[in-house]
Ligand binder design. Structure first.
Ligand code: GDD
Ligand code: MN
Length: 367
């Protein structure tokens, strides 16, 4: 028989804070939470991916004095979304919040967010894009552009009309997270959008405006890889999850290779190279750039280094040559059979891409 264990002090709210190299910031955040959450039973779970600056040790030092603050130290893993998921699943409170550990998120709105949950909402998002919020402070114009694009893309796949789907600052009922967690992706920064796309029913949504602050200590970890990860995620959801994320990356990288190819061809021709030579050079430069980017992003979990990088590159040239051969073969065969030029060309290209993808996955980046 289980006995009733007194639950006085059991937290109502867990604040999950992903961290990577934030030792200057997280202690200050803990201090601020203590002030702003007075009267609320809260705890803070910092999920640290073994930051080289020793963030985890600093947080554990705080835990010694204040057991409301806990640290999950993950080793051999990186990923903001995965860290948030693990933190939320480590909670036993009915409500969980996710916020950045670098003080860019305004902790003073947490009580207002909790009020909305208590009033019956499932999900409360701290938004920079509604009246009273601001996306202009703390964001460069390029970051704003990326953010706008992300918002437009996401609106097609979300079950709730989020004004700021890329926000890393939200509060949600834990039972919803427990339900969707197995379907969430652990890479990149897309945790909120992923939840809002993966929930079975539209959540009761509330939004609270906030001003995104400027970073004082440390630096942002959002880079081109994170942005590409987001685009791949949306395309994968749009295809109903049928097209594998990895193939989408592979195809996006291939498209970037086309641009490289044309640029090199143009440069070669302006330098008076013969067309055949310029085209050959462009082909190899594009294949090499495809290989390098695929190695960094598409197959980052099987990244080739040192000697294996070179043998992988040669193997990749070989695979792509066979793919190109098949591509031209199929396209010519269709074209000879009176299929439109563009359909023949497209079919050949898709065939080539699928072959290159399958062969690269099986031979070049074996896992
Ligand atoms: N555990 C873990 N692992 N934490 C990470 C990782 C990681 O791989 N990468 C970043 N973090 C932590 C950072 O330490 C910080 O606390 C928080 O996640 C946000 O990372 P930043 O690198 O500061 O992100 P940002 O300020 O550029 O991006 C902000 O705006 C984006 C939209 O424009 C964040 O709020 C994002 O969540 C948001 O998507
Ligand atoms: Mn930040």
């Amino acid at each position: 028989m289980t006995q009733d264990i007194p639950t006085a002090g059991a937290p109502e709210l867990t604040v999950v804070v992903p961290s990577y190299n934030e030792r200057e910031n997280v202690p200050e955040l803990a201090r601020r939470l203590d002030g702003v959450l007075a009267g609320i039973a809260w705890e803070m779970i910092v999920v640290d991916d073994d930051s080289p600056d020793g963030t985890a040790a600093v947080v554990k030092e705080i835990s010694r004095r204040d057991p409301r603050v806990r640290c999950i130290r993950r080793v051999g893993r990186r990923g903001l979304a995965g860290a948030c998921i693990e933190g939320m699943l480590a909670s036993s409170a009915p409500v969980v919040a996710v916020m950045d550990g670098d003080l860019q998120h305004d902790e003073t709105i947490l009580p207002a967010m909790l009020e909305q949950i208590r009033a019956g909402h499932d999900l409360v998002v701290a938004s920079r894009n509604i009246a009273g919020g601001s996306k202009t402070e703390g964001l460069t114009p390029i970051r704003q552009g990326i953010s706008d694009l992300g918002r437009r893309l996401s609106s097609m796949i979300l079950k709730a009309p989020l004004s700021d789907p890329m926000s890393g600052f939200f509060m949600i009922r834990r039972d919803i997270v427990e339900e969707v967690a197995p379907r969430l992706s652990t890479t990149g920064f897309k945790i909120l959008a992923d939840i809002a796309a993966s929930v079975p029913r539209a959540p009761r949504l509330a939004e609270v405006p906030f001003v995104f602050r400027e970073r004082i200590h440390g630096e942002s970890k959002l880079d081109a890889k994170v942005a590409l990860d987001y685009v791949g995620f949306v395309l994968n959801k749009l295809s109903g999850g049928i097209i594998p994320l990895r193939f989408i990356f592979f195809a996006l990288v291939g498209t970037s290779g086309l641009l490289v190819h044309l640029a090199v061809l143009y440069a070669g021709l302006t330098l008076d190279l013969r067309f055949e030579w310029a085209q050959t050079l462009a082909t190899y430069v594009a294949m090499t750039s495809n290989f390098v980017i695929n190695n960094e992003i598409t197959y980052r979990d099987a990244r080739l280094k040192g000697g294996r990088f070179l043998t992988g590159l040669v193997l990749f040239y070989l695979v792509c040559s066979i793919g190109a051969f098949g591509n031209v073969g199929v396209a010519s065969w269709l074209y000879a059979g009176d299929v439109d030029w563009w359909l023949s060309g497209l079919a050949g290209a898709v065939m080539g891409a699928v072959f290159n993808y399958a062969a690269s996955s099986a031979l070049v980046w074996r896992r």
